[in-house]
Design a protein around this ligand. Structure first.
Ligand code: NAD
Length: 329
């Protein structure tokens, strides 16, 4: 049986990526929607053939507990709403996929994990690239030491321009931070699964050239991570640059993905030669993997524990940038 997914929060990512991806999934399908905007309902129902009984508002959402057609709630709201909606979904007896960043603090992440554990439900964080073929290749290179030991990692995910009044640029109480929270997280993630190591110390620097914008948030942030055995990572994220790469230098050469973090069109290179890996729908792969985890009761790769771990590192990066001191993690 295909598991039923209800998307909660019908904004840019749900409309542009997740709705379409759920037309390609094999183990789950778009069964329902949860939204605070009644005006969005007819279009979604029409486009995806969603029956009335699977449409919820934020007010009546808890009654989703009585709906057997919905197995998974996918939380796609602004970051600081991930915790309350994840807790409500778990309490309604549903498995949960929650978008990245998991939340805006490690404490809030712990509450989400506790709620899912208490309900006996699985939790996945929307780290689509942990299910993507180029990124899985570099994980295997690290596990197998295909090119020898990793020495240095370089990565940056940035875009240029702050567009409009979206919460991620205007409301730190919802975003929890600037580009680090939004896109820098991808670079952080890549250094972790790309090395299969855990950092031991972090230094960081943040900058802002536009004091009247991004209230309470950084515009650019650069951070360095030390891993065991002298492995280092040099990372950056900004709303004032155009970068999208992950590079790994090893004892026996180098490999890279560039663009590394886009929804498609990723290009992998090993010592100058193409990796020759096909792109595929990342979100479909991510959601299908979760559906299989539920059906077979197997561990989730992009787990809540991983989301929490990343948030602990994010907090350390911000602390290092604020204090100018090296932070041990
Ligand atoms: P968005 O602003 O386009 O959509 C957010 C949705 O939440 C909107 O439909 C909005 O109506 C709803 N919402 C509910 N309560 C709200 C409130 N109090 N204030 C503002 N909006 C509210 O944002 P998005 O780009 O779709 O991002 C949503 C989440 O998905 C974020 O956590 C983001 O980090 C994540 N995301 C992940 C990826 C990825 O590649 N994994 C890509 C984009 C976004």
């Amino acid at each position: 049986k295909k598991l039923g997914v209800a998307l909660l929060g019908l904004g840019g990512y749900a409309s542009g990526q997740l709705g379409p991806a759920l037309q390609e999934t094999k183990h789950c399908y778009l069964a329902g929607i949860v939204t605070g905007s009644p005006s969005k309902v007819p279009k979604w129902q029409d486009k995806y053939n969603i029956p009335d009984e699977n449409v919820y508002s934020y007010d009546n959402f808890d009654s989703i507990a009585d709906n057997d057609a919905i197995d998974i709630v996918y939380v796609v709201t602004p970051n600081a709403l991930h915790m309350p909606f994840t807790v409500r979904a778990a309490e309604a007896g549903k498995h949960v996929i929650c978008e990245k960043p998991m939340e805006i603090s490690s404490d809030r992440c712990r509450k989400m994990i506790a709620a899912c554990e208490k309900a006996g439900r699985k939790l996945q964080i929307g780290y689509r690239l942990r299910y993507e073929s180029h990124h899985k290749q570099i994980m295997d290179f690290a596990k197998n030491e295909t090119y020898g030991k990793i020495k240095v990692m370089d990565t940056n995910f940035s875009f240029y321009g702050i567009n409009g009044s979206n919460w991620r640029f205007t409301d730190v109480s919802l975003s929890g931070g600037g580009p680090l929270m939004d896109i820098g997280l991808y670079s952080l993630e890549a250094t972790l699964y790309g090395s299969q190591l855990k950092p031991i110390a972090i230094t960081a620097q943040s900058y802002k050239s536009i004091p009247d914008k991004l209230p309470g948030m950084e515009e650019s942030i650069f951070w360095q991570m030390e891993f065991p055995e002298g492995v280092i990572a040099n990372c950056g994220s900004s709303y004032a640059a155009r970068s999208n790469y992950f590079r790994v230098s090893t004892e026996k050469g180098w490999y890279a993905i560039e663009p590394a973090f886009s929804y498609g069109g990723l290009k992998g290179v090993i010592n100058g030669e193409s990796m020759n890996i096909k792109n595929h729908n990342q979100q479909a792969a991510q959601m299908d993997a979760f559906a299989i985890n539920i059906q077979n009761d197997t561990p989730v790769i992009a787990s809540g524990a991983q989301g929490l771990q990343d948030m602990v590192y994010v907090e350390a990066i911000y602390e290092a940038a604020e204090t100018g001191k090296k932070v041990r993690v």
